[in-house]
Design a protein around this ligand. Structure first.
Ligand code: NAP
Length: 246
């Protein structure tokens, strides 16, 4: 029977303080999951929002300045959903882009994502738990962007990892997929929305005619973790108001 319910599931969402991560945590809880909201500071607002709606949530401190920070988070904890959402962006001309801005972005967006997923999957495989991983990719998993070389490299990497991990684990009970959000109104895109020319150029190209709302991503994540999506493996799903169709 097809169902969209996440009742009885335990989920960990990285970067759950703000923006897309917060909206995903709220959406998973609304479908019945018990959600651990991970952040480099306590996710008190997200937990309060979930509890006010009658859901279950807790906060966990995880700072991917150390990409191996989540190694001990999964053993014996009963998680069956992992959302790799934490991510950062650094903007600078490629001709003058620094090694520090390269390493910072690759560590959070790619290295932490891989090793967090590895730790999650080790536990799921060892316990025979059917599980879902959703990675937050980007339009820059497909396109080049401008002045964001480490971000583009990391998000192309996220799309690639989504596929290899699906290849290895699809027959072993773990669905690995990604969402490529379009232009979503969050901290990540403040600088773009503050620049009137960039803002208008972006809006002119979006068939839906508006910036995305974090909730637009939350619903897709909840669907991908649900039994209704059980035959979806290795997909990178655009949720972009039609941007890539243009
Ligand atoms: P955001 O509000 O800035 O969220 C980023 C989250 O990542 C924050 O919760 C942040 O925590 C967390 N984070 C950053 N560095 C971290 C670290 N070292 N350890 C742990 N957590 C860390 O922006 P967002 O737009 O929601 O971004 C969420 C994801 O969506 C990112 O992967 C981003 O690349 C992706 N994305 C966004 C868009 C968009 O248009 N907004 C488009 C495509 C993809 P703090 O609150 O502590 O900073």
């Amino acid at each position: 029977m097809t169902t969209f319910s996440l009742n009885g599931r335990r989920a960990l969402v990285t970067g759950a303080n703000t923006g897309i991560g917060r909206a995903i945590a709220v959406a998973l809880a609304a479908q019945g999951a018990q959600v651990t909201c991970a952040g480099r500071r306590a996710c008190d607002d997200t937990v309060a929002e979930i509890e006010a709606a009658g859901g279950q949530a807790e906060t966990l401190l995880l700072d991917f300045a150390d990409p191996m920070a989540a190694q001990d988070s999964f053993a014996g904890a009963g998680y069956s959903i992992l959302i790799n959402n934490a991510g950062i962006i650094r903007r600078e001309d490629s001709a003058s882009f620094s090694e520090a801005d390269w390493d910072a972005v690759m560590d959070v967006n790619l290295k932490a994502l891989f090793f967090t997923t590895q730790a999650f999957a080790k536990e799921a495989l060892a316990t025979g738990t059917e599980a879902n991983v959703v990675n937050i990719a980007s339009l820059l998993s497909f396109q080049g962007g401008i002045r964001v070389p480490s971000y583009t490299a990391s998000k192309h990497g996220v799309a690639g990892l989504t596929k290899i991990l699906a290849n290895e684990w699809a027959a072993r009970g773990i669905n690995v997929n990604a969402i490529a959000p379009g232009y979503i109104a969050t901290n990540n895109t403040d600088a773009l929305r503050a620049d009137p020319d960039r803002n208008q150029a972006i809006l002119d190209r979006i068939p839906a005619g508006r910036w995305g709302d974090p909730q637009d991503i939350g619903g897709t994540a909840a669907f991908l973790c649900s039994p209704a999506a059980r035959y979806i493996h290795g997909a990178v799903i655009n949720v972009d108001g039609g941007w890539l169709a243009r």
